[in-house]
Design a protein around this ligand. Structure first.
Ligand SMILES: [Zn+2]
Length: 203
């Protein structure tokens, strides 16, 4: 992303400890396993994107200030409510700086239960990669406005790309969302390969 990461842009209101039940623990463990995929796919930059899963009363999401390189199983919070510039959560730390995009997707798309967001460090050829999929213009990360744009487009696009920033995918199950991100990675890899071979005008 062209803007330097500078933490959360919302007011975070802590609603006490997060005591995950069995289902929430399972979701957190599934999300934690993504760190290996992200590493393998090269989706690593300073904070490494973020991921979440819907649970009753909100979503389990990677916390702010946790980095993929040394992510711990406890680096998750539960986001319980969104009210404009205020995010409510349970846990030790506020949820990811981009949590409002996740929360709005769950609100707008009842079918989706997992949302994954990855960064593409060093990549610039977003128009080629996007193809027929949604590509949103370069803009500051983590704003409510950007969250709305992502949520409004993700139902009608295999994935939503954010210019000079990264990608959002969402789906019904953990496996389906992971498969979608894996398919995106393949497209990303092939696009980079084609550009390296033929330049930007290979189509
Ligand atoms: Zn991001």
């Amino acid at each position: 992303m062209s803007e330097i990461y500078r933490g959360i842009k919302f007011k975070a209101v802590r609603q006490g400890e997060w005591r995950p039940g069995a289902d929430e623990k399972k979701v957190a463990a599934q999300l934690f396993s993504l760190k290996d995929d992200y590493r393998q796919w090269g989706f690593l930059d300073l904070n490494g994107g973020n991921f979440s899963g819907r649970v009753p009363g909100g979503c389990v999401i990677k916390r702010t200030g946790a980095y993929l390189e040394n992510l711990q199983p406890t680096d998750f919070s539960k986001m319980t409510k969104l009210s404009g510039e205020t995010v409510y959560f349970q846990g030790e730390y506020p949820p990811s700086s981009e949590c409002r995009s996740h929360f709005l997707i769950y609100q707008k798309c009842p079918r989706y239960n997992f949302v994954f967001h990855a960064h593409l460090p060093g990549f610039t050829n977003y128009e080629i990669l996007a193809g027929p999929n949604c590509l949103l213009p370069d803009q500051p990360y983590g704003t409510l406005d950007l969250a709305r744009q992502i949520a409004n487009n993700i139902m009608n696009s295999q994935f939503v790309l954010l210019q000079n920033h990264g990608v959002f995918v969402a789906d019904e199950t953990f496996e389906a969302a992971r498969n979608k991100l894996s398919a995106f990675y393949e497209q990303f890899r092939k696009t980079k390969e084609q550009i390296a071979l033929h330049g930007r005008d290979f189509s």
